[in-house]
Design a protein around this ligand. Sequence first.
Ligand code: GLN
Length: 318
Amino acid sequence: MATPDRKIDLNRLQEVCDEIAEEMMSNDEWGEASGQSKELAEIDTHQFGIAVYTAGDDLIASGKAEERFTIQSISKVFALTLALEAFGEKVWDRVGREPSGDPFNSIIDLERHKGKPRNPFINAGALVTIDLLLSRKGKAESVREFVTRLVGHKVGVNRAVANSSKGGGFGNRAMANLSKFFDNLNHDVDDVMDAYAEQCAVMLSCKELAKAGDYLMVEGADSRSAAERKRAERVRRINSLMLTCGQYDGSGEFAYRVGLPAKSGVGGGILAIAPNTASIAVWSPGLDANGNSLLGTMALARLAEKMDWSIFGSLRRR
Ligand code: GLN
């Protein structure tokens, strides 16, 4: 892991990203597009983009890094951040912090745990997190507004995708109802579902997503205000959840191959964080069996190896 004072060689990083983009486009397997909605199912899976936003505020990109895609479950990271800001540790009374070992849309565990989802990154957990967000007082920031602030300009929503998950989403609706049955959902199921559909349909490019993730790689500083320290602590916690739960049932394999905290979405995006060093976004709409971008994961494994970025130690002598 590069230390904060270790400068990234930007020319080398550009070369690495170009090599990766080229390699991904010539890979013979691209995965399957998500069958979740017509809009997602019809996308050309043979596409790839990568963007790296560095601790020094440089942005390096390659491939289709400006093409926008729906962030889907990556939005769960932003929702969790807002919930932790508003409610602190109380969030954990409502949702757990353990990997689920089940697919992202599985309902099985929810009954066993009396309506308390395993973690905030599976769908059941995201719905409870949104329920918390709906309880905030006054004019509270939505996930889309938060992302707009992070990116620095207004971000859009894919209306067709949002509408098809509002109309459908029967599995998610069942989970929301089951949480309500166990008194772990205070708002109307429809209101929770609408907010979920909206945040999942937020559209970002790799360049925008990498910039949005900047706040998750807070650099070490010798002196911090109490608020900055709190923020840094929160970021550590979010990263720990991204590592253990961010790719659902594929989180163990992902940690093994990539070694960085990350969150995927069925739109084909993945946001990965090299703490103190870089916020990385990759996109390729073909998914693996766990619903994580196939080429995106492969690309992150390459990048982590070539740049020697891993939270589990360095391959080089310092
Ligand atoms: N909108 C998707 C759903 O509700 C998001 C899931 C995902 O990206 N894994 O199932």
